[in-house]
Write a protein that binds this ligand. Sequence first.
Ligand code: FAE
Length: 545
Amino acid sequence: MTAKLMQRQLTRRQILGMVALQTAAAAGLTRIGLQSARAAEPAATDNAPAIVVGSGYGGAVAALRLGQAGIRTLVLEMGRLWNTVGSDGKIFCSTSAPDQRSMWFRTRTEAPLATFLWLDLVNKDIGAYPGVLDRVHYADMSVYVGRGVGGGSLVNGGMAVTPLQSYFTEQFPTVDAAEMYGTYFPRARSMLGVNTVDPSWFESTEWYKFARTSRKAAGNAGLKTTFVPNVYDFGYMQREAAGTATRSALGGEVIYGNNYGKRSLDKTYLAAALGTGNVTIHTLEKVRTVSRASDGTYVLTADRIDNAGKVVETKQYGCTYLFLGGGSLGTTELLVRARDTGTLPDLNASVGAGWGTNGNTMLGRANHVWDTVGANQATMPVLGIDDWANTANPVFAEIAPLPMGFEHWVSLYLAITKNPERASFTYDAASGSVKLGWTAAQSAVSVGMAKKLFDRINYANATIYRYDLFGSTSKVFADDFTYHPLGGCVLGRATDDYGRVKGCSKLYVTDGSLVPGSIGVNPFVTITALAERTMARVLVEDTAP
Ligand code: FAE
């Protein structure tokens, strides 16, 4: 089959999958397969040759490639399918007036930016519901993750960055980098629908004034900025600006979901996976335990919840091949629990280890009154300050928007630092929970590195930090959360070099837990490309009859 023909077929299949996703949502179904394009709930499946846990990047790649290989596959996702409009006519709620759809079983939102002028203007009371953004709290670190069909792709900033090859090699010395950069990164970018902002539009539009102002401040300190690609459709964004398309990125939407414009996984990989006719997705089902039957097949226990979070059914599933795509937290928690409660006793000691925050730290600077950032700001970042080559203090800082609808002179950044600190997850038998050993001192390392860079920028521009954005304690650096949880089942340690879990045949990890705590840029392109590499290998070597 020619590449062109394959592409055309994929598009047709993708459309079939998207119809299935839409029809399932409209009919209120929690099981989605091609049958649901006819608004019929696919038959309940308890056994499948392959099961995929989670429908984020790693899970979506696994589901598509298994489906294309003709392997009947079941995806279990704890979040909902985001495709039904609420009373406001929108699927996702707005960022400025969030409701129950915003956060995963909360009664008040927990936005990253807690305050403005020390005032609690940002967070709002909401009803408890399986909302799209979760903030998972550990002792000294909290982690933002997406919940729903599409995982993190539903809530993230869409920045689709390929890491520097030299740093990729440093992090993954046993992976063939030439093959990654020649085959798997391009494959991932093409499937994800990565595109770039038109530079001339960027230079002229009011919507990116904030980025140009931050670029100028960085330039004054002798630092260079670089454009970063995104999966948000920039053609759509330009139509938003022209007033011919409904606003999403230009309407403040991002962390609680984008109603338009973004190529989230339900529009790309997952639609194509359903289009194969071999993939079914069950929503609102959280996998709780994994064990192995005497014949070597995997047995999963999953709780099905309703919109109030009540467990309405506990189900058992069986499969021959098990792919874990629950994300760094979800996958690692499942495996740490399985090892330490004895349901998968052969998992090695590296399971749970090697976790990091990608060195994340958020901060704001106050610009001079003449350096405006604009009342109108697009929510999709397109520029980063790239000082990674500075071996004394490597930092890549995304220039983040702060769309408040009025001029506030704040430049916001998400700094990615080369923090070498790592932590481990451990099972606490008394509470039955999995704990993360990350400490405040480990976050202080990221802060120290970000501070060195931004002290330079402040000095060169005679500006200061903002002290009012992260709570009432005059905190400058948001050091207590990350958007980029990475590691826990690191490639080559907890798994072999292709994500096959050591000690358990036919068990695979395909998500962010494979990345050893840091990748130097926003991580989803790397996660997707590694998953593509795993699937290409596993389908050839492990599933042959
Ligand atoms: P992920 O996408 O988190 O998917 C895991 C899925 O598994 C989720 O849907 C879970 O609900 C589900 N799940 C977990 N446990 C279970 C279970 N036990 N049973 C059933 N289902 C389960 O994992 N990255 C970028 O590259 N660029 C950005 O611009 C960017 N911005 C971000 C902004 C925000 C606000 C956040 C939160 C993240 C951002 N990220 C960004 C990070 C990115 O979204 C993240 O690295 C990926 O989503 C991780 O992909 P995984 O496949 O590992």
